[in-house]
Design a protein around this ligand. Structure first.
Ligand code: XUL
Ligand code: MN
Length: 349
């Protein structure tokens, strides 16, 4: 049954409003305070906030357990004040000196322990913010040269770390966000297939699922909507990071649909077909403002991406399903292709 536009809830993270620095140049926009960013959410049409642990508690490594929890409580109050919800918290395991060689898969036992302790603190923060969802983007769990790590041991170490998180909190759910490369040359968990395989290796597979980011699937040479279908078939599509990407280059986090509208259409189509969102899942948008945007127009990418999703939802729900089915039954895929293109272009079919 078609969902109405109003049934989808959207989220993004504070890092999606940024100062425009890239590896080749410094910031070009003034920073916007976290409290000011929170005020933007509703105006832009968003209800959910995605966090890294240190988005909620800055300088987390220099703070005591008590300080971390007190600061998380303040953030929860700020959220409530704005009528917002925390969607997930993700441990940022790629900044600290302990994570230079990865977190859970570091070759240094003390560094691996750091990663696990920090992940537990992240779960405690999530509890205070009122979400049971922890996202693991396994940034540096991989290699720059293959011989530096044992590919089997690396998987087992990530499994052990997830098991430690599952044991830390009986209600927590882990959402693995796969990515094939960047910052590492080769990630240990490059695709959603790998992530779901890993979920089944854990002590409670029912609490381990996935978050699919469009750009990450494309970087793996895969189609994001097919990846979503795979996760849906396992009941493990628990969040998405919609954006766009122009082929095999750096992770661009372009506005949703900006590069390939048909590919975006197919993502909305499969989410709509399987009632994504009806179990509380958010439509997350991991999009980045272009460096060329001036400060006063540096949040347009968020509102635009959400709007594109809703326009494409119109395209999905207004497809002539009987006609589509007839063409499929007749195996006239050439005509189906034509019909979809005309529908997307809004031209007379
Ligand atoms: C990295 C990425 C991150 C995660 C959150 O490519 O997508 O923003 O989504 O840690
Ligand atoms: Mn992401």
């Amino acid at each position: 049954m078609a969902q109405s536009k109003g049934t989808y809830r959207f989220s993004f993270g504070p890092w999606n409003i940024d100062e425009g620095a890239d590896p080749f140049g410094p910031p070009v926009r003034e920073p916007i305070a976290f409290s000011k960013k929170l005020k933007e959410y509703k105006t832009l049409g968003f209800d959910g906030v995605q966090f890294h642990d240190d988005d909620a508690v800055p300088d987390i490594d220099s703070k005591s357990g008590g300080e971390i929890l007190a600061e998380a409580k303040n953030v929860k109050e700020m959220l409530s004040g704005e009528g917002l919800e925390a969607e997930f918290v993700a441990p940022r395991l790629w900044f600290a000196p302990e994570t230079i060689d990865g977190g859970y898969t570091s070759n240094d036992a003390a560094c691996r322990q750091y990663a696990i302790e920090r992940s537990k603190a992240c779960i405690d923060i999530a509890n205070i913010l009122g979400t049971d969802r922890i996202v693991l983007w396994l940034a540096r769990e991989g290699t720059y040269i293959r011989e530096s790590k044992d590919a089997r041991v690396a998987v087992e170490r990530i499994r052990d770390a997830i098991n430690a998180m599952l044991a830390h909190d009986p209600k927590v759910r882990i959402l693995i966000e796969p990515k094939p490369n960047e910052p590492v040359d080769s990630g240990v968990i490059p695709t959603i297939g790998h992530a779901i395989g890993l979920a089944y290796m854990c002590n409670d597979p029912s609490r381990v699922g996935g978050l699919i980011e469009s750009a990450h699937s494309i970087l793996a040479g895969l189609d994001p909507s097919d990846d979503m279908g795979y996760a849906l078939a396992h009941d493990k599509l628990w969040s998405v990071h919609l954006n766009d990407q122009g082929g095999l280059k750096f992770d661009q986090d372009k506005s949703f649909g900006s590069y390939n509208l048909r590919r975006a259409f197919n993502q909305v189509r499969i989410l709509e077909a399987y009632a994504y969102g009806q179990k509380g899942e958010y439509v997350g948008l991991d999009v980045k403002a272009m460096r060329t945007q001036k400060l006063e127009v540096s949040t347009k990418h968020l509102a635009n991406s959400r709007q594109t999703f809703l326009y494409l939802l119109d395209k999905v729900t207004s497809l002539d399903k009987d006609f589509e089915e007839r063409l499929i039954n007749e195996r006239d895929y050439e005509e189906l292709d034509r019909y979809i293109l005309c529908h997307l272009m809004g031209t007379q079919y």
